[in-house]
Design a binder for this molecule. Structure first.
Ligand code: ATP
Ligand code: MG
Length: 571
């Protein structure tokens, strides 16, 4: 079952918290567990230690970002340690490209891992020795059943599994076989090492789970040193124990694995961290599975892992999101014990809130309509506010001339009731400038409006004008002579349904209008100095960020990060 987060309530609560809520310790249930542990001196004075353990088999997405914020946030708040550890135990799916992108993303999110990059593969020798210990204790055995046979003998919910015919091999034979597995004497899939626990356990994970598989494949760091690789269940607790993790936080699907996590560490008699599960992040109108994201990239439904419509960390970065907004989003949604679908408007709220405070304002006309001010001659500079939310940001000059561009949508020949922008014979204020009146509408032979002839009222100049005239609408504009060209990319949700991951034909739910490219936008001339990832508010049009991929010396490309208001809320 899914439940919806309430954007309005969450926003309200957020506003009630301290200015920088990231620095504030959020009292989710994991903090309560840690507080209790500290009260009982469970860790004997040891510092709190958390980790983020990605498998380098894809790019990080916003769900991973949530996990990073949670784990790093705990280490920061309790003045402990946060480890970045690659869970690189599966050579067939892992690549250096993913390792590099993950390091970049974790760093960008602001999680401090003390520049220490840890790899599970560095612990393979220790894990091997521990496996040998379990064999010696009679708690692990080499099994010759194939993967299919192991699956077929696991039993069902109502029936116990069948014991492997190899289960009662002697310790000596197991030690010998395991060593020869390591030496590469056996082919892929012909043998495994299994824990000897209980084939009748109601928990499937305890029915003699596999600890090692033979995989003859090159590992991205270990080369061909190893041909046996530990399974997640065996490796993960070992890794946590070796690093002295106190709280090993993972997603809910591992709840049933916890007894196994505990069993391995108890049998080994080594340092034993506490596994705690929380609900993974699911975001509406988004798919989050790595497999699906990979498919979107490989089959060119999107323009790479960093396509601004992707829920990847690099996609959000390219789109213009900030680490602060993502951290605040993680704070807003909190940490739950039950799976839920978070509303995508919450992350949009977080980025708007952040960009509103910090971005330079500019005027940009996305779909230009030319207007000629017939009674104006010459040129003058008017003063425009850089950021009304930040008094220190000051003002800039904008050039006003006889020929300007306004948005096509700011003029209507036959307006509906309540339309307060420009209409034939009507008046409107040009932002930071004058009130103008539309005197004549020029059309082409297809009856399309191509130009407007207007007059301006010199007494209505913003700030200094003497006229007390008031009009209902204010629109933005740029001087035709001074404006520079830009390409603008507008994004909508990548999927048309709320929970695309639950759809069988999820690819058919891709929104065909999720990208609109406008090639001939006109923007204020100061933007010619804008650098990739620079962020602005284009008045009335939203927040925009200079694209890192398509911007060149000749061409300026802006991505719309987010609209100024939640347009979906009104649909
Ligand atoms: P898989 O294991 O299938 O490749 P994964 O998404 O679990 O996919 P990992 O690299 O294992 O990928 O994830 C690293 C960490 O991120 C894990 O600790 C996992 O719990 C956490 N994580 C992954 N997806 C989410 C999510 N949607 N919400 C919160 N945490 C997540
Ligand atoms: Mg995983």
């Amino acid at each position: 079952m899914t439940q919806h987060s309430q954007p309005d309530r969450a926003m309200e609560e957020k506003k009630n918290t301290a200015e920088n809520s990231v620095e504030k310790k959020s009292k989710n249930f994991i903090y309560e567990i840690i507080d209790e542990d500290l009260k009982n001196n469970k860790w004997g004075g040891k510092e709190i230690c958390t980790r983020f353990p990605p498998e380098p088999n894809g790019y990080l997405h916003i769900g991973h970002a949530k996990s990073i914020c949670l784990n790093y946030g705990i280490a920061r708040d309790y003045k402990g340690k946060f480890n970045l550890r690659f869970d690189d135990t599966n050579p067939e799916k892992e690549e250096q490209e993913y390792v590099d992108s993950i390091i970049e993303d974790v760093r960008w999110l602001g999680a401090d891992f003390r520049n220490k990059i840890l790899y599970a593969s560095d612990y393979f020798e220790q894990m091997y020795r521990w496996a040998v210990e379990l064999i010696k204790k009679g708690k692990a055995y080499v099994c010759d059943l194939s993967a299919d046979e192991i699956r077929a003998t696991r039993g069902t919910l109502t029936e116990p599994g069948k014991e492997s015919p190899y289960r009662n091999r002697s310790v000596e034979e197991n030690l010998d076989l395991f060593e020869r597995m390591r030496k590469g004497e056996f082919a892929n899939g012909t043998k495994t090492l299994r824990a000897k626990i209980d084939m009748a356990s109601p928990n499937f994970n305890l029915r003699d789970p596999i600890m090692y598989r033979i995989v003859q494949a090159e590992h991205h760091r270990q080369g061909n040193k190893w041909c046996i690789f530990p399974t997640y269940d065996w490796a993960h607790g070992n890794e946590d124990s070796i690093e002295g993790i106190t709280h090993s936080i993972c997603t809910l699907e591992f709840e049933n694995h916890r007894p196994l996590y505990d069993w391995f560490l108890d049998e080994l008699g080594v340092y034993h961290p506490q596994q705690i599960e929380f609900a993974r992040l699911n975001l509406s109108y988004t798919v989050m599975s790595k497999r699906k994201l990979l498919q979107l990239v490989k089959e060119n439904y999107v323009d790479g892992w960093d396509d601004p419509r992707m829920p990847t960390v690099c996609g959000y970065r390219r789109r213009g999101y900030t680490p602060e907004a993502i951290r605040n989003f993680a704070e807003i949604i909190g940490v739950a014990k039950r799976d839920a679908l978070s509303d995508i408007s919450l992350i949009e709220f977080a980025i708007r809130d952040d960009l509103n405070k910090r971005t330079q304002r500019a005027m940009a006309v996305l779909k230009p309509l030319k207007i000629v001010i017939t009674n104006y001659e010459g040129e003058e500079e008017l003063e425009a506010v850089n950021n009304p939310e930040d008094a220190t940001a000051g003002t800039r000059k904008v050039q006003f001339t006889k020929e300007l561009y306004i948005e096509q949508s700011d003029f209507m020949e036959n307006p509906p009731k309540g339309y307060h922008r420009l209409v034939p014979g009507g008046e409107v204020r040009l932002r930071y400038a004058y009130i103008i009146k539309c005197e004549e509408v020029i059309k082409n032979d297809k009856d399309e409006v191509v130009e407007l002839h207007c007059t301006y009222d010199p007494d209505t100049r913003s700030g200094t004008g003497t006229s007390t005239k008031k009009v209902k609408g204010t629109i933005h504009w740029v001087s035709a002579k001074h404006a520079i060209d830009a390409e603008v990319r507008l994004y909508d949700r990548l999927f048309t349904v709320e929970n695309p991951g639950a759809e069988e034909n999820w690819l058919e739910k891709i929104n065909p209008n999720s990208l609109e490219i406008i090639e001939n936008a006109k923007v204020e001339p100061f933007l010619k100095n804008a650098k990739p990832l620079d962020k602005y508010q284009f008045e009335r049009n939203g927040y925009f960020c200079v694209d890192t991929k398509y911007t060149t010396n000749e061409k300026l490309v802006f991505n719309r990060t987010v609209t100024l208001k939640d347009s979906w809320a009104q649909k």
